[in-house]
Design a binder for this molecule. Structure first.
Ligand SMILES: [Zn+2]
Length: 415
């Protein structure tokens, strides 16, 4: 990790930035009406992104929660193991939820893996209502109610084949109970739409704000109206070993606010990245998804920066100025992926890369990461100014709940 002093010096060289951001060492200033906040909440155990839109509408994408038992190369829970990851996420949300808002407006499950929705194991505790077990997303409403949940499977959970297992079976009991007792709404994430996740409070004040659903279940936005096209062949003709894996079914979307664009795509990946010719070309979903997004300002790297994600054509199309890698295991980000993320041959412009955790093993094998990454530990918050013309990045201490700012980067000009 570059030192704080050096990062400030670099910022001063870049021009236009105070050499001593007043926020350093202080708690993150509260979100204000008109700003767009994107919190990459770091538990060390999986993805959890919390968005506060300009009118105070909120979206939680994923809720962390890989179990240690299931992940031999896993990282320690942040701040510590005294609470499960989903509970740390819920408490973080409680701290930053805009004043007067008693609930999360939207929660989105990017795909059905335990490091995104919360893995259920034998000892996972029962909900207060008794109908399901608690981990990740099912834990959140014990702390903050959720109004609407979107996922890729509702209501049948059968694409490309019946989706089963302890975690998903428990999640469906959770949905049924929350619908019956808490008025939860559930919808399938619909690629192509720009009105499924919408401003709920003051939409008229922010006409340039939009969430465009780009991709889900093999279907990508066509770029025209709400149209989509299917990237997959007829799956029923394919043998079991050729069926798509869960990661390439992930929901992806772009948040647009004036000139500012942010991309998030769960664990989308590209099986040909490492072994050309090893996978069917229709499984290379990253490139068409990036083409649907167009050039963006900032993004969450796909699949925790794993070896098989963030392909060359994907990055060359998006050309992000800011990249956040939400790592959760040793090997995140992988050395080959790091080389693509930093390659000036893919696109020539400057970029800043923030990694939520870098283990000692990863620092030894992903050469250069400790010197080149803007941060290697902590929550990462992207905050777009009112109107979206510029944005800053805050790195927060994740070893406690004080929300202390460790470093500030920017302002960056939105493209
Ligand atoms: Zn994952």
């Amino acid at each position: 990790m570059i030192t704080q002093t050096l990062s400030i010096a670099l910022l001063a060289l870049a021009g236009g930035t105070s050499a001593h951001p007043p926020e350093i060492g202080q708690p993150l200033p509260a979100w204000r009406e008109g700003e767009l906040d994107i919190h990459h909440v770091n538990t060390g155990r999986g993805d959890a992104l919390f968005f506060i839109f300009p009118d105070g509408t909120t979206l939680l994408e994923d809720a962390s929660g890989k179990t240690v038992e299931a992940a031999p190369f896993s990282l320690p829970t942040r701040p510590d193991a005294s609470r499960p990851p989903g509970e740390w996420v819920a408490r973080y949300v409680q701290r930053v939820l805009p004043k007067g808002r008693g609930k999360i407006d939207y929660a989105l499950i990017s795909h059905f893996h335990g490091d995104h929705m919360g893995a259920i194991v034998k000892d996972s505790p029962l909900a207060s209502g008794g109908a399901y077990q608690l981990s990740g997303i099912t834990l959140i409403p014990e702390f903050v109610p959720i109004a609407t949940i979107l996922d890729r499977g509702w209501p049948t959970y059968d694409f490309p084949a019946p989706i089963r297992g302890a975690t998903v079976d428990n999640y469906r009991r959770f949905l049924d109970w929350q619908i019956a007792h808490r008025g939860l709404k559930v919808e399938r994430f619909a690629p192509g739409r720009n009105d499924q996740i919408a401003l709920l409070h003051e939409a008229g004040r922010y006409p340039t704000f939009e969430i465009r659903n780009l991709y889900s279940n093999g279907r990508v936005w066509s770029g025209k109206g709400n149209g989509t096209r299917d990237l997959f062949p007829a799956l029923e003709t394919l043998p079991e070993r050729e069926q798509p894996i869960e990661n390439i079914l992930s929901n992806a979307f772009v948040v647009r606010y004036g000139k500012f664009d942010y991309f998030s795509g769960g664990d989308l990946s590209d099986e040909r990245v490492a072994i050309p010719g090893a996978a069917s070309s229709w499984k290379q979903v990253e490139k068409p998804v990036a083409e649907a997004a167009g050039r963006i300002d900032a993004m969450k790297a796909n699949h925790h920066g794993s070896w098989d994600a963030n392909s060359a054509p994907f990055l060359a199309t998006l050309q992000p100025r800011v990249i956040v890698v939400t790592s959760r295991a040793e090997g995140h980000p992988a050395v080959n992926t790091w080389n693509r993320l930093t390659s000036k041959e893919l696109w020539p412009d400057e970029r800043d890369i923030f990694v939520t955790n870098v283990s000692e093993a990863t620092a030894r094998t992903t050469y250069g990461i400790d010197k080149e990454a803007r941060s290697t530990q902590g929550h990462v918050v992207i905050r777009a100014a009112a109107g979206g013309d510029s944005y800053r990045v805050f790195v927060l201490e994740d070893g406690d709940e004080r929300m202390q700012v460790k470093a500030v980067f920017g302002p960056y000009t939105s493209n």
